[in-house]
Design a protein around this ligand. Structure first.
Ligand SMILES: Nc1ncnc2c1ncn2[C@@H]1O[C@H](COP(=O)(O)OP(=O)(O)OP(=O)(O)O)[C@@H](O)[C@H]1O
Length: 598
């Protein structure tokens, strides 16, 4: 029986192995201060370094610029924070708040900002004179200004808010800046922050310009040696430009031996070269598209699910997972914030009985606690959702790509990608929220039969998935009180359990006008997001091949698609008018369909 096999899968195949994760050396042997090593042990519970820490820490301690590539959940955060703290605590004259900012960590999302800040706080416990701080979208600007005026030694920031303060907070002192770190470098660029980053580097005098047009830039304090670091589990050609303008003669950490040899020739710093020459030199030396590093113990599966049955199948899988193991955490990724809101309301309220539809016998379909997290939520709700989900033992998180990067949530056992991520990089980061640091984990990707070529796209990045036999999972649910009511169901769309559940879902939506409204809104933004896939991926995610009636069904909507379609078209026209007026860039436009405030 597959239900059993699935659960066995995690136990037998998913043997978390620590052999590949930890290095056989100590933190002190890497050159870190002994007090700091004790902090790592006492406050964070880190006894020995991970492989990437063992490789990166000595390089970063040496002062070289670096590009660090290692699988998700392998400890990249401490790999860059520890060397910075080591240097700062060792300054002969203790640094003071009035010295301003020495290190700047740029991250793509607010949650990651808070997460890095929390780790830093722990690391600095014994070094009270080094002040950690963060600035990010959604927070009170005046309070941030006040904190910056007092002085923050190590500052974690999201790009937009940082740029805002660099331009408008005159008391923000950064003349002592020594480190700039781009955590999840590729994501920062993908979100359309490329121009902001260039401006930030200019304002900080850290941009490696070839034609030294220093207008509007702060002259770099010549006494301070700058060190910039780029990190991600998926460094690809998108990072080349950022590396080109921000790294000087970088060391590559975590790339395979061949690539390191290829790259080891120092990259020239000769400012007499032309921009183009330098770009060519970089492109031949920087990593290009290749295999992404996915935790080896992660079990990756996909499910072939026709569009019209997606919703009952999702609910069934979730029920199955929580019945299989009541104490666990599961994360489901959706393509839009509206889809998160709709599914959150639905799953929080939907009651069901497979015996009879009499009110009294119905109970909540899912018994677990449910949370949501996306970029359009108000900051306070975002923070509460994230922090509470983190501490829960058993819970479900419905989320957008805002949670895909860097978030370290303990005991997440399964990642479901209900909407395909599109970019293979995002696939890798989404699944990377489980199977962290050698732990067990599994992932499930929903694909419609017409999207099945996406598996080949993932294959080109070295990511292989096996099929999850969804029918057998569905067969295990009792209907009308009988367990083995069906033996030969071949098609998902005619499976009695699926039909019964779909009918109940549609009736539920009809009885709840507010959820019905959310469903229609989610339908519209889902179609928009589907249409916004990058050019090359459009051959896989073809909007023309979508049956809008089936899409509507996947939001439990009974209405004819034309009805919903009309309101969608109205919204589309409105959106286009708005974009024409405001002149949104194409890059931002695509991101905006999915998330407005990462
Ligand atoms: N040396 C260590 N010993 C034990 N645990 C560690 C060690 N280093 C890191 N960890 C833990 O491993 C987990 C993953 O670390 P971290 O979030 O830094 O990974 P990452 O490589 O940045 O992941 P991602 O690519 O997803 O951002 C965290 O829970 C962290 O506390």
């Amino acid at each position: 029986m597959v239900t059993k096999k699935l659960s066995e899968g995690v136990k037998s195949e998913g043997n978390g192995s620590n052999d590949n994760v930890f290095a056989s050396c100590s933190f002190s042997s890497l050159g870190l201060d002994s007090n700091l090593c004790e902090q790592l042990r006492e406050r964070l519970g880190f006894e020995v370094p991970t492989q990437v820490q063992a490789q990166a820490i000595p390089v970063i301690l040496s002062g070289r610029h670096a590009l660090v590539n290692a699988a998700t959940g392998t400890g990249k955060t401490a790999a860059y924070l520890a060397p910075i703290v080591h240097h700062l605590q060792g300054y002969e004259n203790r640094i003071q708040r009035s010295d301003g900012t020495f290190a700047l960590v740029l991250v793509p999302t607010r949650e990651l900002c808070l997460q890095v800040y929390e780790i830093l706080q722990k690391l600095l416990h014994r070094f009270h004179w080094i002040v950690p701080g963060y600035i990010m979208g959604g927070e009170n600007r005046s309070k941030e200004k006040a904190r910056l005026r007092k002085g923050i030694s190590i500052l974690i920031a999201t790009p937009g808010r940082l740029l805002d303060h660099l331009k408008n907070t005159t008391s923000f002192l950064h003349s002592n800046l020594r480190w700039i770190i781009f955590d999840e470098a590729d994501r920062i660029l993908e979100l359309g922050f490329g121009k902001d980053i260039e401006e930030i580097l200019d304002l900080l005098g850290s941009r490696k310009t070839l034609h030294d047009d220093q207008e509007n830039t702060v002259p770099r304090n010549s006494k301070i040696q700058r060190q910039n670091l780029l990190l991600s589990a998926t460094l690809n050609e998108k990072v080349n430009h950022l590396a080109k303008i921000s790294l000087e003669n970088p060391v590559m950490v975590g790339l395979d031996v061949k690539k390191i040899e290829q790259i080891s020739t120092p990259v020239s710093n000769d400012h007499s070269e032309s921009d183009e020459d330098n770009e060519d030199q970089y492109s031949s030396k920087m990593p290009t598209v290749g295999d992404y590093k996915v935790p080896i113990q992660l079990i990756q599966r996909y499910m072939k699910v026709p569009c019209g049955t997606r919703l009952p199948v999702l609910l069934s899988i979730l029920k199955h997972l929580f019945e299989r193991e009541p104490s666990q955490k599961v994360v489901v990724f959706f393509s839009t914030c509206d889809a998160v809101d709709f599914h959150y309301s639905l799953l929080s309220e939907f009651q069901f009985s497979s015996h009879s539809q009499a009110e009294g016998t119905r109970q909540k379909f899912l018994g677990c606690k449910i949370f949501r997290l996306h970029g359009n939520m108000v900051q306070e709700d975002r923070r509460t959702s994230f922090q509470t989900f983190k501490t829960e033992k058993s819970a479900l998180l419905l989320t957008s790509d805002v949670s895909a990067r860097g978030l370290d949530i303990p005991k997440v056992r399964c990642i479901i990608q209900y909407d395909s991520p599109g970019e293979a990089t995002e696939y890798v980061h989404r699944v990377g929220r489980t199977a962290r640091l050698g732990e067990k984990g599994e992932s499930l990707l929903f694909l419609q039969p017409v999207e099945i070529d996406y598996l080949q796209e993932l294959e080109t990045h070295g990511v292989s998935l096996t099929e999850c036999p969804v029918l057998k999972v569905l067969d295990s649910f009792p209907l009308y009180g009988q367990k083995n009511y069906i033996k030969k169901s071949v098609f998902l769309d005619s499976h009695p359990w699926v039909l019964c559940l779909q009918k109940a879902l549609e009736a539920f939506i009809m009885s709840k006008p507010e959820v019905d409204k959310l469903a229609k809104k989610a339908f519209c933004s889902w179609v928009r997001a589907y249409a916004a896939h990058r050019g090359e991926l459009k051959r896989i995610f073809m909007i023309k091949k979508l049956h809008l009636g089936h899409v509507a069904k996947s939001f439990a909507l009974k209405q004819q698609p034309s009805l919903v379609g009309q309101s969608f078209q109205k919204q589309e026209k409105k959106r286009k008018r708005f974009e024409k007026k405001t002149g949104f860039s194409k890059k931002r436009k695509v991101a905006s369909v999915r998330e407005r405030r990462p």
